[in-house]
Design a protein around this ligand. Structure first.
Ligand SMILES: [Zn+2]
Length: 328
């Protein structure tokens, strides 16, 4: 695919039919796949009777591109079975929002999408969250291995719970209330590829950490790096190796062992949440994390490649993902 930017995209997507074709290229790459039976053998395009559009149930004209599978005899479009399925939002709008979310460094707020694309607040929220859902699917959901840093942080917290109220110059948090209104997040960062998996946990405990590590790490193939927190000390897994740096003793890097990658990731994450989204509810934080993880994991590839990759994830289809080159 040629390099994408907002102008190239606007040029490419003049009509809804263009948008369908664009998505067909992204998802199928010239070879339509029947989402009902998986057949690639015989899907054929159904040309509308008037050559350009067909009537919908409500009588309006639709430029939806419809295919039919000769194996199972069912009809489908490139939207069938994807995050776009069954929404009234124009396909063009979806693609523009996908592009914005893939190309902006700190993410895009639902408010901004609402204003730019003339959607209702509710629809803008729905569109951005559906795209975040796709961001955590295969191929970006594989197990981490190699040198992996595990660390936790706390996100959020309301100003009114702080001493000094809304006056920023007087904000300070009483030690006993420090974590009360914050949400705990555990992140795993690959030191080789920079891939990240983050999860909200109800509290930082041995069991919760364990669950996150089990879900995302190929343990026998992993050298785990953590700080000296009690929960991490007690981790006994099938890890090839587990090294600890003791922050309490002023140690941040020892030889090759460090948790800096996670700390860096957390500071970016917090900057994005404060700057773009202002406040993220605990309930939805997992999806925002999926978005930040996606962007960080793919930070070495171009916007165009990132849109392509997401195009593969909208339907949950698997594809071999070329890992970014070594770095950091
Ligand atoms: Zn079929």
């Amino acid at each position: 695919m040629e390099a994408l930017n907002i102008l190239a995209l606007a040029d490419k997507l003049r009509t809804e039919a263009d948008a369908y074709e664009f998505l067909e290229d992204l998802r199928w790459n010239g070879q339509p796949v029947c989402p009902h039976c998986g057949s690639v053998r015989k899907p054929y395009f159904l040309t509308p009777a008037n050559g350009a559009s067909r009537k919908t149930r409500t009588g309006t004209a639709s430029q939806r591109r419809v295919w039919k599978c000769a194996d199972c005899r069912k009809q489908f479009s490139v939207l069938t079975g994807t995050i776009f399925h069954g929404s009234k939002v124009p396909v063009r709008t979806w693609i523009f929002v996908v592009f914005e979310m893939c190309s902006s460094k700190n993410g895009v707020s639902a408010r901004e999408i609402e204003r730019k694309y003339k959607l209702t607040a509710k629809t803008a929220w729905f569109v951005t969250h559906r795209i975040r859902e796709a961001m955590k699917r295969e191929p970006l959901a594989g197990l981490l291995s190699g040198r992996v840093v595990a660390d936790e942080t706390w996100i959020g917290g309301k100003l009114r719970n702080r001493h000094g109220g809304a006056d920023p110059s007087r904000r300070s948090v009483h030690p006993t209330r420090r974590f009360e209104d914050k949400t705990a997040v555990v992140s795993l960062v690959s030191r080789e590829t920079g891939e990240v998996r983050s999860r909200v946990v109800p509290e930082v405990s041995g069991d919760n950490l364990r669950a996150v590590l089990d879900e995302h790490i190929d343990q026998p193939a992993t050298h785990l790096h953590t700080d000296a927190g009690t929960h991490y000390r007690r981790i006994v897994g099938e890890f090839a190796e587990h090294s600890i740096v003791s922050h309490a003793q002023g140690e941040y890097v020892r030889g090759d062992v460090s948790t800096n990658q996670a700390e860096n990731y957390f500071s970016q994450l917090k900057r994005s949440i404060d700057g773009t989204h202002h406040h993220v509810s605990r309930e939805h934080l997992d999806r925002y994390l999926a978005e930040f993880d996606f962007r960080h994991t793919t930070r070495k590839i171009s916007d165009t490649e990132r849109v392509s990759l997401l195009g593969q994830q909208v339907g949950g289809k698997r594809l071999t993902y070329r890992k970014p080159a070594c770095g950091d």
